[in-house]
Design a protein around this ligand. Structure first.
Ligand code: N2P
Length: 340
């Protein structure tokens, strides 16, 4: 039997659902509020590859799950310093550049950073900062840094990230120290300060700290820049401030665990999100700093003018792998919180 081309095409459309199931799966472990559902759906619609998506709210949560051997993930989304830990512990598979032609879109300045000097294991997803967001409708005094907000007058008016390393970093900065100066002596120094700070906080939330600000439950936050950027799009009264003492800058990446089974699918996903028109959708939903220069060209002037997404100036530092001290920091903050 000879079929015309048109009916063959029709037939392939009819067969598509079974072709979809045959096309495989990718198990993604990523940050909450960071990967738009539309992007996952778009990838599946085009490739037939199903995405199983699980989320975490801190690098330490990601690391402890993977170190314990949990989760059969094909793709993970650590920040720079957590990727550094995973590379050191041989927990990541080298990427195949031949399967990532869209990598050319990434800002070269964000490749081969200290966490992955050879650029062999990681692809930048989004970058951002951690800063202060102020509801200027409620707070009229000038806010420049951590010392201005962690004050008794703002007790119960603060939301901060539920993240031990972040909290300790802000206290280090407030004492004139650097983000990675986590010596036992410096931790002893920040402990009394942090003990006071945690008493002032109303909400600890890393997933969606914007919510408490939007609801008017609190007036000041120390949050991921993308959260502050969303608030600014909702209402210009939410102003973003990079703390004068210093601020954390992160480069969040995609990487493939060494034990991943579906490596081709994982590469296909990475290459998909590196497309400018896909990457711009990520920016539209979660307006962090987009490292994809081709995607940046597609952003609107308003998106590029968002002061939280594309801040100017600032004394910025990235985190480094601090080895076992990470556990010490976690215990310190957990102890202070449980004393509340
Ligand atoms: C997304 C948080 C991502 C930024 N909710 C933290 N590196």
């Amino acid at each position: 039997m000879k079929l015309p081309i048109s009916s063959l095409l029709a037939l392939s459309v009819l067969l598509a659902p079974s072709a979809l199931t045959a096309a495989g799966v990718v198990n993604l472990f990523g940050w909450s509020e960071y990967v738009p559902q539309a992007v996952l759906d778009g990838f599946t619609a085009e490739t037939g590859i199903k995405v199983n998506f699980e989320t975490f709210a801190s690098n330490e949560e990601l690391l402890s799950k993977l170190v314990a051997g949990g989760g059969a993930y094909d793709l993970v989304q650590p920040s720079d310093y957590a990727a550094e830990v995973m590379i050191r512990r041989q927990m990541l598979a080298p990427l195949d550049p031949a399967k990532l032609p869209n990598l050319k879109n990434i800002d070269p300045a964000l490749m081969r950073l200290p966490h992955d000097p050879a650029g062999a294991y990681t692809v930048p997803y989004m970058t951002g900062t951690v800063g202060i967001v102020v509801n200027t409708g409620k707070v009229h005094e000038p806010i420049r840094g951590y010392r201005d907000i962690f004050q008794p007058k703002f007790q119960n008016r603060l939301v901060v990230l539920n993240d031990s390393r972040e909290l300790v970093t802000w206290a280090l900065y407030a004492q004139g120290l650097a983000a990675n100066d986590v010596t036992p002596a410096n931790l002893a120094k920040v402990r009394p300060l942090l003990a006071e700070w945690v008493k002032l906080v109303k909400v600890f939330d890393s997933d969606s700290p914007k919510t408490a600000l939007l609801n008017g439950d609190v007036d000041i936050g120390v949050v991921w820049s993308g959260e502050a950027a969303i608030l600014w799009t909702q209402d210009r009264k939410f102003q973003y401030v990079l703390p004068a003492e210093g601020a954390h800058q992160f480069v969040d990446v995609l990487a493939i665990p060494a034990k991943a089974k579906n490596r081709d699918e994982a590469h296909a996903f990475i290459n998909y999100i590196l497309r400018p028109e896909v990457s711009r959708l990520i920016s539209a939903a979660f307006p962090y700093t987009n490292p994809n220069l081709a995607a940046r060209k597609l952003l609107t002037p308003e998106e590029l003018a968002n002061p939280a997404s594309y801040p100017k100036g600032g004394r910025l530092e990235t985190f480094r792998d601090i080895g076992k001290t990470a556990t010490v920091i976690d215990k310190l903050v957990t102890d202070l919180k449980s004393a509340l």
